[in-house]
Design a protein. Sequence first.
Length: 406
Amino acid sequence: MKNSQSLPIKGVWNKLTIKDLNIRGKRVFIRVDFNVPLDENLNITDDRRIRAALPTINYAIDEGSKVILASHLGRPRGKSDKRYSLASVARRLQRLIRKEVTFLPDCVGPKVEEAVSKMAEGDIILLENLRTHSEEEANNEAFSKALARLADYYVNDAFGASHRKHSSIVGITKLLPSAAGFLLQKEIDYLQGVVNNPVRPFVAILGGAKVSGKIDVIRNLEEKVDKVIVGGGMAYTFLKAEGYNVGDSLVEDDMLDLANEIRKGVVAKGIKFYLPVDCVIAQSIEPGAETKLVTAQEIPSGWKAVDVGPASVKLFSEAIESAKTILWNGPMGVFEVDAFSRGTFAMAHSVADAYALTIVGGGDTDLAVSRAGVSESISFISTGGGAALELLEGKDLPGLVALTDK
Ligand code: AMP
């Protein structure tokens, strides 16, 4: 259910936002996250991250500023490399924004400075991949200065990179008045504002591969949620810890005691804790593999759980029925394989149909929701993987902390 209620944000936004800056006629360096997936022919396979930055870019253009965009793409490891060039991103952006976008083959240096000095109001430049210089990831001061020299103001709209202490995220903020763009604001408002002050009942659905990757999320959320639903690969460590035979399912044996401790701790707080009651099993995680549906207590050895079954989907769907806020992080099964995707897609539909404020954050869940065809019915889908996870773990994002205080 899309935006069924107003945001219950109690926290005060204490950092400058782009609207606080007088950017008319000024050079604005906007750090965006254009780290989009490319296929083997370097075609963009998913441009949602580019689209998500459009409100900030359009605002800056409408305000008559000179827009300098910078991003990373993959890991070129400090070298110029065609496979990680933002050239195709510039072409896609140009199509989306219906304005000329000038692509520069580097991100610092005299030629870049010269091109910037010739910009007119409303012009857009996209710089080449920041990570073609190793100084970017080292948060090198000279590199931060070289970037800062290009602009009068700095705007961070790269939520997906804001957990990194890099030059274009942190270093540059020491040198220019620095504000948040609309995407960064929205991400924080939902993943921190709503999650910390949810309208109750608040239900968290957690899935994905491993418990170890989500321990801190559970620890942080257990102070806030009314129900926790655990599916995906991580469920089988919890089930094994309860004494069930989980066959060859993904299990982190070194996490068994911790899983038990966490489940008991959550339940002791009066929070309802749900695990799968049935699952789809296969002998290998491959398309075409034979599958069976069994109860969660009956996974034979030689078989692994690859999806939650229909009884689990019903149980989980009923658990979210009365929710007013739902947070979903992590798929319910190996949804990349069609035969193992039903549980994840069915949950996507249940979340989309719920009369609640719904937040999908982190990892592959956004892809699952998009493949299920329900993205439009989700209140907010985060663009960040690691950054979303860190916020959900209750950590501060260096890129947000570094912005200028109001
Ligand atoms: P994460 O990045 O931790 O959210 O994990 C996402 C990955 O978990 C996806 O690629 C899924 O294929 C995988 N996954 C989900 N359920 C299972 C499962 N039952 N067994 C193995 N992997 C799983």
